[in-house]
Design a protein around this ligand. Structure first.
Ligand SMILES: NC(=O)c1ccc[n+]([C@@H]2O[C@H](COP(=O)([O-])OP(=O)(O)OC[C@H]3O[C@@H](n4cnc5c(N)ncnc54)[C@H](O)[C@@H]3O)[C@@H](O)[C@H]2O)c1
Length: 353
């Protein structure tokens, strides 16, 4: 089996490369990445150790893609993954990178008759539909009320039934557009594909920054005792996300690589779910417990563009139809991120502190 992972030096891509190589030593794994995300370069030495091939290239550039040799499965894990991308700057970058670049990758699948695994996002769902849900304000978090008008929203979170009309950010739209095109490739060129809409993914190797990778950001600031801010929704820190441990994602992608037919013509949500969810306030408490450090967290009451009060993945469909469910929770994620920072303190300090 030959697997190509675009964005292979990123958080998700590099973890997939390494974990798949460990599990299937005979597979040829190739990571393709332009090393745009700061910190992704740290993975190159690890790739050598595991005999993972690395190609330095850009998915927007077909001449770079021409270097790629035949493969059986493409995992498209490259992206500008920030929901803020293009909202305060020229949107061309996120559109070219995430949409046009992805199309080039899909064409590679045609060239080699390869399977396609696409990492989509919960951000395809419209912002206003989620913001207009009924919430309960609890002591430490906002929760979805059990009484909801909109189909696809419940106390379990957001399901695939939520209507897709409405704005969702440039990032989310590039991903939705890619999903739609994959369906065309599947229908008219028989490309076997799996599309999954992931909520927040977190774990070791994520180079968290203020606009993307909040779990690492939170732990790193506690670890190096630097300040943070609760931004938006009154600055209370009650906004909530479900958090999927990267190991649970790897299990799902492993299944998609080997049993892709189960995912044919389907789109699934996958995330940590309600059992693995936390507000910023709750994450602060866990970070304090793990690090023993208490830091200054100020309040910035105004909302950032495209932010959400709460997002929780309703995993009912994928659990019922595929049998996949997350095994790990928020505490496991934060504990593992802490250990990773601790083991790699020297190389990570400049990037994450
Ligand atoms: N992290 C999350 O919470 C999350 C949630 C849902 C979906 N996703 C999706 O999962 C995928 C992986 O995300 P991640 O968290 O690993 O992000 P990441 O930023 O850590 O990794 C992305 C990698 O892609 C590379 N890259 C970017 N543009 C490129 C280009 N034009 N050509 C080649 N390489 C390029 C970057 O250098 C980086 O190494 C993305 O498609 C993202 O949209 C992530």
């Amino acid at each position: 089996m030959k697997i190509l992972i675009t964005g292979g030096a990123g958080f998700v891509g590099s973890t997939l490369c390494i974990q798949l190589k460990k599990k299937y030593p005979n597979y040829k794994i190739t990571a393709f990445d332009n090393l745009k995300r700061r910190g992704s370069e740290l993975n190159l030495a690890i790739f050598k150790q595991y005999e993972i091939e690395f190609i330095h290239g850009d998915i927007r550039n077909n001449e770079d893609l021409d270097e790629i040799q035949e493969f059986d499965v493409l995992i498209e894990a490259s992206a500008e993954p920030s929901v803020m991308a293009g909202l305060n700057s020229n949107p061309n970058y996120v559109i070219n990178n995430n949409f046009n670049g992805s199309i080039n990758c899909f064409n590679l699948c045609l060239k080699f008759k390869a399977k396609l695994i696409f990492l989509s996002t919960s951000r395809v769902y419209p912002i206003q539909k989620i913001e207009n849900a009924n919430y309960i304000e609890e002591t430490t978090r906002f929760s979805f009320n059990e009484y909801q008008i909109e189909k696809g929203i419940s106390s379990l979170g957001i399901s695939e039934e939520l209507n897709l009309n409405g704005e969702r950010s440039f990032y989310g739209t590039t991903k939705l557009a890619s999903e739609l095109f994959i369906q065309e490739y599947a229908a008219f060129y028989d490309v076997e594909a799996a599309i999954t809409r992931f909520g927040v993914i977190a774990g070791p190797k994520q180079m968290g920054k203020t606009d993307q990778g909040v779990v690492t950001l939170w732990m790193a600031k506690h670890y190096w005792k630097n300040p943070l801010k609760y931004i938006g929704y009154g600055g209370l820190g009650k906004q909530v996300r479900d958090i999927l441990h990267i190991d649970d994602l790897v299990n799902l992608i492993d299944l998609q690589i080997h049993e892709i037919k189960k995912f044919k013509n389907k789109i699934y949500n996958a995330g940590g779910g309600i059992q693995s969810s936390a507000s910023l306030l709750e994450m602060t408490k866990i970070c304090e417990e793990i690090t023993g450090n208490k830091i200054n967290i100020s309040a910035e009451p105004e909302n950032r563009k495209a932010d959400l009060r709460a997002y929780i993945t309703d995993n009912t469909k994928i659990t019922t139809e595929i049998g996949w469910k997350p095994e790990k929770n928020v505490k496991n994620v934060l504990q593992d991120v802490f250990l990773w920072l601790n083991e790699n303190e020297k190389s990570l300090k400049d990037i994450l502190s």
